[in-house]
Design a protein around this ligand. Sequence first.
Ligand SMILES: C[S@@+](CC[C@H](N)C(=O)[O-])C[C@H]1O[C@@H](n2cnc3c(N)ncnc32)[C@H](O)[C@@H]1O
Length: 245
Amino acid sequence: MGGAQSLQMDYGFANARLRKFGPPVGTAKGKRAFMSGYELTRERRSDRLKRKVRDLLGPWGVFFQGFLEHPVMVGSIIPSSRFTIRKMLAPVNWAETKLFVEYGPGVGTFCRPVLDRLPRDGTLLVIDTNPLFIDYLKRTIRDSRFIAVHGSAEDVEEIVRAHGHDHADYVLSGLPFSTLPEGVGPNIAAATQRVIRPGGAFLTYQFCKAARNLCARYFDRIDDGFEPLNILPCVLAWAWKDKAD
Ligand SMILES: C[S@@+](CC[C@H](N)C(=O)[O-])C[C@H]1O[C@@H](n2cnc3c(N)ncnc32)[C@H](O)[C@@H]1O
Protein backbone atom coordinates (compact mmCIF):
# COMPACT_ATOMS: atom_id res chain seq x y z
CA MET A 1 0.00 0.00 0.00
CA GLY A 2 1.33 3.47 -0.95
CA GLY A 3 2.27 5.95 1.77
CA ALA A 4 -0.42 8.42 0.72
CA GLN A 5 -3.09 5.69 0.75
CA SER A 6 -2.15 4.40 4.20
CA LEU A 7 -2.06 7.98 5.46
CA GLN A 8 -5.59 8.54 4.13
CA MET A 9 -6.78 5.34 5.89
CA ASP A 10 -5.21 6.53 9.15
CA TYR A 11 -7.04 9.84 8.91
CA GLY A 12 -10.30 8.02 8.03
CA PHE A 13 -9.91 5.82 11.12
CA ALA A 14 -9.17 8.82 13.30
CA ASN A 15 -12.23 10.65 11.97
CA ALA A 16 -14.47 7.64 12.61
CA ARG A 17 -13.21 7.43 16.20
CA LEU A 18 -13.71 11.15 16.58
CA ARG A 19 -17.38 10.82 15.48
CA LYS A 20 -17.96 7.86 17.83
CA PHE A 21 -16.17 9.06 20.98
CA GLY A 22 -16.27 12.84 20.61
CA PRO A 23 -13.33 15.25 20.70
CA PRO A 24 -10.02 14.02 22.19
CA VAL A 25 -9.42 14.53 25.92
CA GLY A 26 -6.73 17.13 26.70
CA THR A 27 -4.13 14.57 27.85
CA ALA A 28 -1.22 13.35 25.74
CA LYS A 29 -2.69 9.82 25.92
CA GLY A 30 -6.11 11.03 24.77
CA LYS A 31 -4.52 13.05 21.98
CA ARG A 32 -2.50 10.04 20.78
CA ALA A 33 -5.65 7.89 20.47
CA PHE A 34 -6.78 10.13 17.60
CA MET A 35 -3.45 10.59 15.85
CA SER A 36 -2.58 9.17 12.46
CA GLY A 37 0.45 6.89 12.04
CA TYR A 38 2.30 9.73 10.38
CA GLU A 39 1.56 12.11 13.26
CA LEU A 40 2.57 9.47 15.81
CA THR A 41 5.92 8.85 14.10
CA ARG A 42 6.53 12.59 13.94
CA GLU A 43 5.71 12.99 17.65
CA ARG A 44 7.90 10.04 18.63
CA ARG A 45 10.78 11.56 16.64
CA SER A 46 10.39 14.93 18.35
CA ASP A 47 10.15 13.21 21.79
CA ARG A 48 13.37 11.31 21.02
CA LEU A 49 15.08 14.54 19.97
CA LYS A 50 13.92 16.31 23.14
CA ARG A 51 15.25 13.42 25.26
CA LYS A 52 18.61 13.46 23.44
CA VAL A 53 19.03 17.23 23.97
CA ARG A 54 18.00 16.84 27.63
CA ASP A 55 20.48 13.97 28.23
CA LEU A 56 23.23 15.95 26.52
CA LEU A 57 22.64 18.95 28.80
CA GLY A 58 22.27 16.76 31.94
CA PRO A 59 20.45 18.27 34.95
CA TRP A 60 20.52 21.74 33.36
CA GLY A 61 18.53 20.35 30.42
CA VAL A 62 15.93 18.77 32.73
CA PHE A 63 15.69 22.01 34.76
CA PHE A 64 15.28 24.10 31.60
CA GLN A 65 12.58 21.76 30.27
CA GLY A 66 10.78 22.03 33.66
CA PHE A 67 10.97 25.81 33.37
CA LEU A 68 9.61 25.81 29.79
CA GLU A 69 6.67 23.63 30.83
CA HIS A 70 5.83 25.46 34.10
CA PRO A 71 7.60 28.87 34.11
CA VAL A 72 5.53 30.33 36.97
CA MET A 73 5.89 27.33 39.30
CA VAL A 74 9.64 26.93 38.64
CA GLY A 75 10.38 30.67 38.70
CA SER A 76 14.03 30.47 37.54
CA ILE A 77 15.93 29.20 34.51
CA ILE A 78 19.19 28.32 36.30
CA PRO A 79 19.73 26.22 39.44
CA SER A 80 21.28 27.83 42.57
CA SER A 81 25.04 28.41 42.76
CA ARG A 82 27.43 26.53 45.06
CA PHE A 83 27.98 29.80 46.99
CA THR A 84 24.25 30.00 47.78
CA ILE A 85 24.20 26.34 48.84
CA ARG A 86 27.20 26.71 51.17
CA LYS A 87 25.93 29.89 52.82
CA MET A 88 22.34 28.63 53.17
CA LEU A 89 23.34 25.36 54.87
CA ALA A 90 26.06 26.80 57.14
CA PRO A 91 23.91 27.45 60.27
CA VAL A 92 22.36 23.93 60.31
CA ASN A 93 23.27 21.78 63.33
CA TRP A 94 23.75 18.51 61.42
CA ALA A 95 24.48 16.37 64.48
CA GLU A 96 20.91 17.06 65.68
CA THR A 97 19.27 16.52 62.30
CA LYS A 98 17.13 13.41 61.87
CA LEU A 99 14.73 14.77 59.26
CA PHE A 100 15.64 17.45 56.74
CA VAL A 101 12.82 18.47 54.36
CA GLU A 102 13.27 20.35 51.10
CA TYR A 103 10.50 22.03 49.07
CA GLY A 104 11.01 22.49 45.33
CA PRO A 105 14.28 20.54 44.91
CA GLY A 106 14.12 20.89 41.10
CA VAL A 107 16.92 18.73 39.71
CA GLY A 108 18.49 18.30 43.16
CA THR A 109 20.99 21.16 43.31
CA PHE A 110 20.81 21.10 47.12
CA CYS A 111 20.18 17.36 47.56
CA ARG A 112 23.76 16.08 47.22
CA PRO A 113 25.26 18.78 49.51
CA VAL A 114 22.54 18.04 52.11
CA LEU A 115 23.19 14.27 51.90
CA ASP A 116 26.94 14.90 52.26
CA ARG A 117 26.31 16.66 55.59
CA LEU A 118 23.42 14.55 56.92
CA PRO A 119 24.15 11.90 59.63
CA ARG A 120 23.92 8.25 58.59
CA ASP A 121 20.59 7.78 60.36
CA GLY A 122 19.13 11.00 58.96
CA THR A 123 16.54 11.37 56.20
CA LEU A 124 16.24 13.90 53.38
CA LEU A 125 12.61 14.18 52.27
CA VAL A 126 12.02 16.33 49.19
CA ILE A 127 8.64 17.50 47.86
CA ASP A 128 8.02 18.91 44.38
CA THR A 129 4.86 19.51 42.33
CA ASN A 130 6.67 18.78 39.06
CA PRO A 131 6.63 15.03 38.19
CA LEU A 132 9.48 15.54 35.69
CA PHE A 133 11.81 16.61 38.54
CA ILE A 134 10.65 13.89 40.94
CA ASP A 135 11.16 11.22 38.29
CA TYR A 136 14.65 12.59 37.52
CA LEU A 137 15.63 12.65 41.22
CA LYS A 138 14.41 9.09 41.81
CA ARG A 139 16.47 7.90 38.84
CA THR A 140 19.67 9.76 39.71
CA ILE A 141 19.95 9.86 43.52
CA ARG A 142 20.57 6.43 44.92
CA ASP A 143 20.87 6.88 48.68
CA SER A 144 18.80 4.99 51.25
CA ARG A 145 18.39 8.24 53.25
CA PHE A 146 16.70 9.98 50.31
CA ILE A 147 12.92 10.15 49.70
CA ALA A 148 11.35 12.10 46.81
CA VAL A 149 7.62 12.84 46.96
CA HIS A 150 5.44 14.22 44.17
CA GLY A 151 3.15 16.66 45.99
CA SER A 152 2.74 20.16 47.31
CA ALA A 153 4.61 21.74 50.20
CA GLU A 154 1.18 22.74 51.55
CA ASP A 155 0.72 19.09 52.59
CA VAL A 156 4.05 18.82 54.41
CA GLU A 157 2.53 17.74 57.76
CA GLU A 158 0.67 14.82 56.17
CA ILE A 159 3.71 13.82 54.09
CA VAL A 160 6.07 13.94 57.09
CA ARG A 161 3.64 11.81 59.15
CA ALA A 162 3.19 9.34 56.27
CA HIS A 163 6.95 8.74 56.40
CA GLY A 164 6.96 7.99 60.12
CA HIS A 165 8.05 11.33 61.62
CA ASP A 166 6.31 13.74 64.04
CA HIS A 167 8.30 16.78 63.01
CA ALA A 168 11.14 18.05 60.82
CA ASP A 169 14.36 19.51 62.23
CA TYR A 170 14.91 21.84 59.28
CA VAL A 171 12.95 22.74 56.17
CA LEU A 172 14.64 24.29 53.13
CA SER A 173 12.66 26.06 50.44
CA GLY A 174 13.50 26.97 46.87
CA LEU A 175 9.87 27.89 46.15
CA PRO A 176 9.10 31.01 44.11
CA PHE A 177 6.83 32.48 46.84
CA SER A 178 5.96 35.63 44.90
CA THR A 179 4.46 33.71 41.95
CA LEU A 180 2.66 30.93 43.85
CA PRO A 181 -1.16 30.88 43.46
CA GLU A 182 -3.13 33.10 45.86
CA GLY A 183 -3.09 31.79 49.46
CA VAL A 184 -0.57 28.99 48.84
CA GLY A 185 2.42 30.92 50.30
CA PRO A 186 0.74 31.67 53.68
CA ASN A 187 -0.57 28.07 53.88
CA ILE A 188 2.96 26.73 53.34
CA ALA A 189 4.53 29.12 55.87
CA ALA A 190 1.93 28.21 58.53
CA ALA A 191 2.22 24.43 57.93
CA THR A 192 6.02 24.71 58.01
CA GLN A 193 5.96 26.57 61.33
CA ARG A 194 3.80 23.74 62.78
CA VAL A 195 5.91 20.89 61.39
CA ILE A 196 9.33 22.20 62.53
CA ARG A 197 10.49 21.17 66.01
CA PRO A 198 11.26 23.87 68.60
CA GLY A 199 14.82 25.05 67.96
CA GLY A 200 14.61 24.16 64.23
CA ALA A 201 14.49 26.53 61.29
CA PHE A 202 12.91 27.27 57.92
CA LEU A 203 15.63 28.15 55.38
CA THR A 204 14.58 30.20 52.36
CA TYR A 205 16.37 31.71 49.36
CA GLN A 206 14.71 33.87 46.73
CA PHE A 207 15.48 36.70 44.30
CA CYS A 208 13.23 39.02 46.36
CA LYS A 209 12.16 39.35 50.00
CA ALA A 210 8.72 37.70 49.63
CA ALA A 211 9.64 34.45 51.43
CA ARG A 212 11.62 36.28 54.12
CA ASN A 213 8.76 38.72 54.86
CA LEU A 214 6.17 35.96 54.91
CA CYS A 215 8.24 33.91 57.38
CA ALA A 216 8.56 36.95 59.67
CA ARG A 217 4.78 36.66 60.27
CA TYR A 218 4.94 33.04 61.42
CA PHE A 219 8.34 32.51 63.08
CA ASP A 220 9.93 33.85 66.27
CA ARG A 221 13.18 35.18 64.81
CA ILE A 222 14.71 35.82 61.38
CA ASP A 223 18.42 35.89 60.49
CA ASP A 224 19.05 37.69 57.20
CA GLY A 225 21.65 36.98 54.51
CA PHE A 226 22.46 37.80 50.89
CA GLU A 227 24.40 35.92 48.19
CA PRO A 228 25.61 38.03 45.25
CA LEU A 229 27.27 35.07 43.47
CA ASN A 230 24.08 33.55 42.14
CA ILE A 231 22.07 34.12 38.95
CA LEU A 232 20.22 36.28 40.05
CA PRO A 233 21.74 37.43 43.38
CA CYS A 234 19.49 36.18 46.16
CA VAL A 235 18.08 36.99 49.56
CA LEU A 236 18.66 34.29 52.18
CA ALA A 237 16.68 33.96 55.41
CA TRP A 238 16.77 31.58 58.37
CA ALA A 239 13.43 31.65 60.22
CA TRP A 240 13.86 30.11 63.69
CA LYS A 241 11.27 28.52 65.96
CA ASP A 242 12.21 29.21 69.59
CA LYS A 243 13.10 26.27 71.85
CA ALA A 244 10.51 27.42 74.42
CA ASP A 245 7.56 27.04 71.96
C1 LIG B 1 13.33 27.91 41.57
S1 LIG B 1 12.92 26.18 41.43
C2 LIG B 1 14.05 25.58 42.69
C3 LIG B 1 15.25 24.96 42.13
C4 LIG B 1 16.26 24.31 43.04
N1 LIG B 1 15.85 24.15 44.41
C5 LIG B 1 17.60 25.03 42.98
O1 LIG B 1 18.11 25.44 43.99
O2 LIG B 1 18.16 25.17 41.90
C6 LIG B 1 11.34 26.07 42.24
C7 LIG B 1 10.80 24.64 42.43
O3 LIG B 1 9.61 24.68 43.23
C8 LIG B 1 8.69 23.70 42.74
N2 LIG B 1 7.35 24.05 43.28
C9 LIG B 1 6.53 25.07 42.93
N3 LIG B 1 5.43 25.08 43.72
C10 LIG B 1 5.57 24.05 44.61
C11 LIG B 1 4.78 23.57 45.72
N4 LIG B 1 3.61 24.12 46.06
N5 LIG B 1 5.26 22.51 46.44
C12 LIG B 1 6.44 21.92 46.11
N6 LIG B 1 7.22 22.33 45.08
C13 LIG B 1 6.79 23.38 44.34
C14 LIG B 1 8.87 23.78 41.23
O4 LIG B 1 8.38 22.64 40.57
C15 LIG B 1 10.41 23.92 41.14
O5 LIG B 1 11.04 22.67 41.13
